[in-house]
Design a protein around this ligand. Structure first.
Ligand code: G
Ligand code: G
Ligand code: MN
Ligand code: NA
Length: 254
């Protein structure tokens, strides 16, 4: 079956959902936020990974519509959790490179946050290192607009691209997410120990908030805490889960 033709119908047939993976404070291990992650369940094909269908959505131009749906649902959920008393809770939403290059993006996000009534400081957009380094001139301009709205900006999958320190320093970034490939073999692999230590030290001198992805065991968490990583995300704490399960987890964690 062609993914492409099925994707055209997926939104109206309500086949997409969002899951949420907790972000954990490295010191007290409390939940401080979530990353929204899209899921596609097709009645015949079954579950399809975003790794497979996001590139197709980008190719056929549907990423704008689906991306807008993700932003809408994530912001509504953020509003619910903030209103429940989790006032500092931050939601992060992935933006694909194609969305990031769309000149209407910032205005659309601004419309959503105003209409729903959320504090823009509680919304973080995640851009991959590769996406932000693609066209640094345009990146500079777009990030300035997103920052003016008051959003937090995060560099995702850090370490897998080719950032220049000079550019990283000049962009208005808030958070750096260390790619999970650097975390997997911690603390045993000496090269990864050096690399993660260097990334954390660099991020700290740039005054960035540091999140380690793919934390799966206590030994990884202990090493990263010792190096002053601020937050963890990974299967050690929770897989991405639906809204209902996440709310239950939040209630326990608080
Ligand atoms: O957890 P998971 O298998 O869903 O994520 C796989 C990849 O898909 C990750 O790189 C993640 O950033 C990406 N992804 C998940 N949800 C979204 C989304 O809503 N928008 C975009 N652009 N990428 C997403
Ligand atoms: O690329 P991005 O960081 O947006 O993607 C998040 C992806 O990482 C999702 O596919 C999510 O399911 C996955 N993920 C989250 N935590 C872990 C983990 O501890 N181990 C592994 N292997 N994958 C993880
Ligand atoms: Mn991400
Ligand atoms: Na990542």
């Amino acid at each position: 079956m062609m993914l492409e033709s099925e994707l055209y119908k997926a939104l109206s047939k309500k086949q997409f959902t969002l899951h949420y993976q907790p972000r954990i404070n490295a010191i007290d291990k409390k939940i401080v936020g979530a990353e929204a992650l899209i899921r596609w369940h097709h009645p015949i094909i079954g579950d399809v990974s975003p790794v497979e269908f996001i590139p197709v959505l980008e190719e056929i131009g549907l990423i704008h519509e689906v991306g807008a749906w993700v932003m809408e649902v994530a912001c509504q959920q953020l509003k619910i959790w903030n209103d429940k008393g989790y006032t500092d809770f931050v939601m992060s939403v992935n933006l694909s490179a194609v969305q990031f290059r769309d000149t209407r993006l910032a205005q659309e996000i601004d419309e959503v946050i105003k209409r729903i009534g959320i504090n823009p400081q509680r919304l973080e957009v995640e851009l991959t290192e590769t996406a932000i380094m693609e066209d640094v001139g345009q990146t500079q301009a777009t990030l300035a607009v997103l920052k003016k709205i008051g959003l937090r900006i995060s560099v995702d999958d850090f370490g897998t691209g080719y950032s220049s320190l000079a550019y990283l320093r000049s962009f208005p970034l808030d958070t750096l997410k260390i790619d999970r490939t650097f975390v997997t073999e911690l603390p045993g692999n000496s090269e990864d120990r050096s690399l993660t230590s260097a990334i954390i030290a660099m991020a700290r001198s740039l005054k960035l908030h540091i999140v380690a992805e793919g934390v799966e065991n206590e030994a990884q968490a202990a090493f990263l805490l010792e190096k002053h990583c601020d937050e963890f995300q990974g299967f050690l704490y929770s897989r991405p889960i639906n809204q209902k399960a996440f709310t239950a987890l939040l209630t326990q964690s608080a």
